[in-house]
Every structure is written in C-alpha cells, then in structure tokens.
Design a protein around this ligand. Structure first.
Ligand SMILES: NC(=O)c1ccc[n+]([C@@H]2O[C@H](COP(=O)([O-])OP(=O)(O)OC[C@H]3O[C@@H](n4cnc5c(N)ncnc54)[C@H](O)[C@@H]3O)[C@@H](O)[C@H]2O)c1
Length: 331
C-alpha cells in the first residue's frame, strides 16, 4: 500500500523541518514546498542527517498557482500541513500588504489548488495570537478573539476561510493554535535559526548568552506574577509536532481548533535563569517599562487537545533549553 503522502508547506522552516522528520519516521511520505524566504538549504542537510535521506523538495511559492498545479499533478496527496507563512509580528506592522499577500493570497491559492485536485485534508498552523489579550488564563478555544497586528489578523482570516471549506466543501480541517514553540530536535541537526533580531524570547536570551547581544530587556517587572515578570506557555517543538501526528490520526470532516501548549506558565526571569543554568553563561538583563498590549500571564487550557486528540506535552521547558543549546553548539 502506498503510504499517505503529505505536502508540507514551509517544510524547510523551523517547525516544518521537524514535521518532515516526524511524519517520515511515522511511516508517511512527505513532500517539502518552501520558497526559502526564511529558510536555508542547511535545514535540508539537517533533515538528511537525521533520516539518512531528504524527501523531495520543491523550491516554489504558495502564491504561484502554476507551480502548485504541477506539484499536485505529480503526487497523490493525502493532505497538506500548512506552515508556510511570514511570522515576524513587528515586520507585519511595517509591511502590511506584503504580509497580507504572502499569508492570505498564498493560502487562498493553496486552498483553491487543493480543491481543484480534491485534496480536502489540512492541518493549519494557527497561533495563540488570535486570542483577545484581555482573556484570563487558562485560555480555552472558545474565548473571544481579537488581533492587534497584521500577522495575527492573517491567521484569524485564514482560520475563517478554512471553516468555509469545511462547512461548504466537506473538508477536514484542524487548526492548531500554538502557544510559544521552543527547543530543537534531540539530534542537534535541526532547530530554530532566527534571521536578524529574534522576535521570540528564548532565541534572544541565547543571543545574549552567546555574546551576540549585550543584554535582555525585560519588559515589566511589576506584573501580578510571582517574580513580577510576564508569564508565557512554552511548548517544546517535538511535543508540538506529535500533536500534528495525533491531529492527523483524528482528522475527520469538519472544522476543529485545538490549543497546543503545556498549560503551564514560565516567567521571563525563570527563562533567563534556566538558560544561565544550562549553558553556564551569564545572561545580563535590564528591566524596561511594560510594552503596550502585553499581559501579565497567559497559558492555555489543554483539556480539549487532551480529551479529543489524546495530546499531552511531555517535555519540560528546561529540556527544551537543553535541546536548543545542543543545536547551537553543534552548528
Ligand atoms: N515559531 C513560532 O513562534 C510560531 C508560533 C505560532 C505559530 N507559528 C506558525 O507556525 C508556522 C511555522 O512557523 P516557523 O516558526 O517554522 O516559521 P519559519 O519561518 O521557520 O517557517 C516558515 C517557512 O515558510 C516559508 N515560506 C514563507 N512564505 C512562503 C511562501 N509564500 N511560499 C513558500 N514558502 C514560504 C519560509 O521560507 C519558511 O521556511 C507559521 O505558520 C507560523 O506563523 C509559529
């Protein structure tokens, strides 16, 4: 029997490369589609080191309808795992049209091609950023939604468009709202390689630990949390990808949303001291004023993913930091 074959859009990126490895190791076939706007061939070499081979790679853009048609003609896809996206929140506010075009037009072209070739199964990378920041943790999937930047808005819009396909074209859609992915593959061969100034806290702390940047700016130390700094839910990338395998096993017609996080919060100062402990490198920091729109504490309610997908995170934040450190040292 031919194994199920998945198109992994953004498959050369941070999360996509881990999905390629995990799906291949679970016995599925994967095809990588990436325009390499935020990835390098180097992640493909990492995949090859882990698997002993690299699945087929198509250096194409999801906005290119003819390229998509050629790829869909070539393979008999079971479904699509859609990671391809521009994801820098700050940049999205400066380059609004570019973000709309890449993320929204690209996804629309992808969905039209899927429909044309009767590929009606998709797992979509959504984000906790779609939730209204005023919600009180733990965040459940049915809490109010509200976005404050174009990146978040593109996620919310695509969730709604996918709901239309599920309702009116009988697609099977699962949107996974990730909290804060961290960590790297245990082999140290693939991981997160931020371009320029990191948007996320952990890569920034590591930049400081490795002397690339002077100090971490901790925005706010007077929040109503144990140490006064912001608390977030950090989910290990290897756990997060397991959620995709479970989502596929449970995929049925309709539109489903799941939070993917740990259900626990870790503060900024805890993250800094964990990196310090794991690397043995000093992480200087300074307290800065709170940022507009930031909230004290956010972490997710994991019960829907636990009850319906059987997903529960297993890897601790400290282990995620150890993986990241291994990845940085071996590369
Ligand atoms: N990493 C996070 O913190 C986080 C949090 C929540 C949600 N997400 C979502 O998860 C997904 C994957 O994120 P990631 O961290 O792996 O990001 P990433 O930038 O490492 O991966 C995205 C990949 O998509 C590719 N890409 C972008 N536009 C494309 C296009 N038009 N055509 C083809 N390829 C294109 C990029 O080259 C990149 O390799 C994204 O949808 C992101 O929004 C990420």
């Amino acid at each position: 029997m031919t194994p199920h074959t998945f198109l992994i859009t953004g498959g050369a990126g941070y999360l996509g490369s881990h999905a390629v490895v995990a799906f291949e190791q679970a016995g599925y076939k994967t095809i990588i589609l990436d325009n390499f706007s935020n990835a390098s061939e180097w992640s493909l070499a990492g995949i090859e080191k882990i698997l002993g081979y690299c699945p087929p790679v198509h250096k194409e853009d999801i906005r290119d309808r003819e390229a998509l048609r050629r790829i869909f003609q070539q393979y008999n896809f079971t479904g699509v795992i859609h990671f391809a996206w521009l994801k820098a929140v700050g940049e999205s506010c400066a380059e609004i049209g570019y973000y709309h075009e890449n993320n929204i037009s690209g996804s629309i072209t992808l969905f039209q091609t899927m429909e044309e070739f009767s590929v009606r199964k998709i797992i979509f990378s959504s984000s906790a950023t779609v939730y209204d920041a005023r919600n009180i943790a733990p965040i459940t999937e049915d809490m109010p939604l509200h976005t404050t930047n174009p990146y978040g808005t593109t996620k919310l819009i695509i969730e709604k468009l996918l709901e239309d396909y599920a309702t009116h074209a009988r697609w099977s859609v699962t949107a996974l709202r990730y909290f804060n992915p961290i960590g790297a593959h245990p082999s140290g061969h693939i991981g997160e390689v931020p371009a320029g100034v990191p948007n996320n806290l952990l890569p920034y702390i590591f930049d400081v630990a490795s002397g690339k940047r002077e100090k971490v700016r901790v925005f706010g130390h007077d929040y109503d949390t144990e140490d006064g700094t912001g608390v977030r839910d950090y989910i290990d990338v290897n756990d997060l990808i397991q959620a995709h395998l479970l989502a596929y096993k449970n995929l049925t017609e309709g539109f489903y949303i799941y939070n993917i996080g740990t259900g626990r919060g870790t503060s900024v100062l805890e993250m800094i001291s964990l990196v310090w402990e794991v690397t043995g490198k000093k992480v200087p920091y300074e307290i800065a004023p709170r940022r507009n729109g930031d909230v004290a504490t956010t972490y997710c309610d994991t019960s829907r993913a636990e009850n319906e997908l059987g997903f529960k995170s297993k890897i601790s934040v400290k282990e995620g930091i150890i993986e990241t450190w291994r990845f940085i040292q071996s590369n």
